[in-house]
Design a protein around this ligand. Structure first.
Ligand code: ADP
Ligand code: MG
Length: 325
């Protein structure tokens, strides 16, 4: 007997994640009720993952559940917000119990890690597609945005971008790596990204602008700069690259992937010169895992410099790197 829609929701999604006292009514009614504190602003984001577009067909179900929430948590992280509640619109080709079990396990584990309650959703039949809407809150007037940066400010990135892009290539057998430990690390960076929620919340006191890196560091740096009405210069030599990524593709291609690969879900943020010492003192870079990679500038556009001269990405391997996704 296939699962009915009611049984499916009841078994896999009722009570998924953290049980929060500010949710007097969650899954089961026509809509959920949420108590929102009066001194805070509601923060909302939504993201869809389509099989074959945002993850390879046949990806582990736990990873699909994890990533669907992680990409949304990353958006809230970039706003400096505290996540609270999520809604899940799930389109499935069939009610495969083993798949659903694994999917909801991946989703629930990450939801519990970040104190998120699944408060509702929708379940339909069709090609595999997962949409999560996340809601969170932030102390009124303190949210980080893309538009607060200014020329002369320092630009930082968390983590080691490029890992997830290599992990995806490994998943798709487009890259080979003999070292099993490094291969596992890179695959996990794609399959199970760690949203930088704690860092985002702390950055509200230091950063002037923030964006999460989902479409490639260079492009997303350009978006932050454009939203702020300035430009940005990234220093090729300063780009942080993991040992695993350098081992997988060599140091040069590793930096290309760091600049143009996607799916990193790291934070890219600007800090005014007057705040960089405080940032380094209060949030030590080795503990919080971030690196200075460049500077905001007056002239518009995003450029990469190496030993003081601009690298032209239209000639310097850009096509090579662009073919990665
Ligand atoms: P309605 O027909 O009123 O929209 P549904 O039968 O679609 O209600 O859903 C019943 C309840 O189950 C609602 O509270 C809805 O939010 C919840 N729900 C449905 N699908 C999901 C899902 N995939 N994850 C979490 N909650 C879900
Ligand atoms: Mg209804």
């Amino acid at each position: 007997m296939p699962l009915s829609e009611f049984e499916l929701i009841d078994r896999f999604f009722r009570g998924c994640g953290t049980q929060r006292s500010d949710v007097p009514l969650g899954v089961g009614d026509d809509a959920a009720l949420i108590e929102c504190p009066p001194d805070r602003q509601l923060v909302a984001a939504i993201d869809t993952l389509v099989e074959g577009v945002h993850f390879p067909a046949g990806s582990p179900a736990a990873s699909v559940g994890h990533r669907a929430l992680a990409v949304n948590l990353s958006d809230l992280a970039a706003m400096g917000a505290e996540p609270g509640w999520a809604l899940l619109a799930l389109t499935l080709p069939r009610a495969d119990e083993r798949w659903l079990e694994e999917f909801s396990r991946g989703l629930a584990a990450l939801a519990r890690e970040f104190g998120v309650a699944l408060v509702g959703g929708d379940t339909t039949c069709g090609p595999l597609c997962v949409t999560i809407q996340i809601l969170g809150s932030v102390e009124r007037g303190t949210a980080l945005t893309r538009s607060g940066a200014a020329a002369g400010e320092a630009l930082y990135v968390s983590g080691t971008p490029g890992d997830a892009a290599a992990g995806l290539q490994l998943e798709q057998s487009r890259l080979e790596l003999a070292d099993a430990h490094s291969a596992r690390y890179l695959r996990d960076r794609f399959l199970f990204p760690a949203p930088r929620v704690a860092l985002g919340r702390r950055l509200r006191a230091y950063a002037s602008a923030c964006i999460d890196v989902s479409d490639g560091l260079l492009g997303d740096a350009g978006k932050l700069a454009r939203a702020s009405g300035c430009g940005v210069e990234l220093d090729y030599e300063m780009l942080p690259v993991s040992l695993a990524l350098a081992a997988a593709v060599g140091p040069e291609r590793a930096r290309g992937l760091a600049l143009t690969g996607g799916d990193d879900y790291e934070l890219l943020f600007s800090v005014p010169p007057s705040r960089t010492d405080d940032l380094a003192r209060d949030l030590p870079a080795d503990e919080w895992r971030y690196t200075r990679i460049g500077t905001l500038r007056g002239e518009s556009g995003a450029v990469v410099t190496r030993n003081g001269s601009v690298i032209d990405f239209s000639h310097y391997g850009f096509d090579h790197f662009a073919s990665v996704r």
